[in-house]
Design a binder for this molecule. Structure first.
Ligand SMILES: O=C(O)CCC(=O)N[C@@H](CCC(=O)O)C(=O)O
Ligand SMILES: [Zn+2]
Length: 331
């Protein structure tokens, strides 16, 4: 298992916390371990957050963030817009696990007040850092992840619940340019990091799934080239020149059901290697939660994020149904 400094370069923060360095016309401040604010002297009108390692074993996003930081510190990537990098759970990275005590991506929007583990405390601090950071009117937050399973759509993003608000064509196009051609529309409030930024800070925020979880050293970084290039473009260009919105580029799925594990004897009725977005026929038994059986209720219903090992009371499976892009309220 690599030590934190090996995987993050100098960004573990123990030596840098409270310090700042100057690179050209940019100040780089180390607010905390894994919390790095990049402040151009004459910033543009966007505030951009990239977070990674909300799940500590999702290594590709950590490498993408590390490489951006390395290039910023070397003066090779010039930042135009204020940018905050959040390496959310360094302890879980060192441990090589999704989390230490609890899943951090269930602890935002105040849910961290329900406990006192290191993850609860870190989630509370991350909220404070986000609040401290956002100043401009145009706010963005891309919370970068990789998924446990293979996926029929390798790259996809969760569009947090908009409370009836429209979906932004510009954001869908930006994500498609990143290679993220598939969007899940969440239809309820959650305690995820991306929903927190949407709800509390009116940011355009997304959970972005960039591929499959792999250990450090096993990521094929060429698979992230488009995303990496667009992330860099976002922070270094005053206004990105995006192509016009094209509905044919996007696969959209509506979240149909969120199935929680409530019983000790929870099981999924399909194999561990069944990929995200796999469709089952109507009536197929998907999961058994104690006395309750969950079967496919709608034609075209597909599974996503299945995980029988989640803690009691947590989401063990989502189901989604395809939605024609034409049905979306777009702006
Ligand atoms: O692959 C999996 O089963 C989990 C991948 C993952 O961490 N997904 C996020 C999605 C967050 C969201 O719904 O916005 C999570 O479960 O936290
Ligand atoms: Zn994740």
């Amino acid at each position: 298992m690599p030590d934190l400094p090996d995987v993050l370069g100098p960004y573990d923060g123990e030596t840098l916390v409270g310090k700042s360095v100057r690179v050209g016309a940019t100040q780089i401040e180390f607010w905390d371990a894994g919390v790095i604010a990049v402040e151009p002297d004459q910033p543009g009108d966007k505030d951009v957050i990239f977070s990674c390692a909300v799940h500590g074993d999702e290594t590709a996003p950590i490498e993408i963030v590390r490489d951006m930081l390395t290039d910023i510190l070397a003066g090779k990537l010039q930042v135009t817009h204020r940018t905050l990098f959040l390496i959310a759970n360094p302890a879980a990275i060192v441990n090589g696990t999704r989390f230490i005590d609890v899943n951090m991506n269930r602890l935002f929007s105040g849910a961290h007040k329900q406990g006192n583990t290191p993850e609860h405390r870190r989630a509370a601090k991350l909220e404070q850092y986000v609040t401290r950071f956002y100043q401009q009117q145009r706010r963005y937050h891309y919370d970068l992840h990789t998924a446990i399973r293979d996926s029929a759509h390798e790259k996809f993003a969760v569009y947090p619940f908009t409370h009836g608000g429209p979906y932004k064509m510009e954001q869908l196009t930006y994500l498609a340019e990143c290679g993220v051609d598939t969007i899940l529309l969440n239809q309820a409030p959650t305690t995820t990091f991306s929903y927190y930024s949407v709800r509390e800070h009116q940011a355009d925020a997304f959970t972005v799934e960039l591929g499959k979880v792999r250990p450090f050293g096993e990521n094929d970084m060429s698979r992230f080239a488009d995303a990496d290039a667009m992330f860099r473009k976002l922070i270094s260009t005053t206004e990105i020149d995006l192509p016009a919105f094209d509905s044919n580029r996007h696969h959209v799925y509506d979240v149909s059901r969120s199935i929680d594990r409530t019983a000790e004897d929870f099981r999924l009725n399909f194999a561990d290697d069944v990929a995200n977005f796999t469709e089952f026929e109507l009536g197929h038994l998907l999961a058994v939660d104690g006395e309750n059986e969950y079967t496919v209720e709608q034609p075209g219903e597909r599974i996503i994020f299945p995980n029988a090992k989640v803690a009691l009371g947590q989401r063990a499976l989502l189901t989604v149904v395809p939605m024609p892009v034409e049905n979306l309220k777009l702006v």
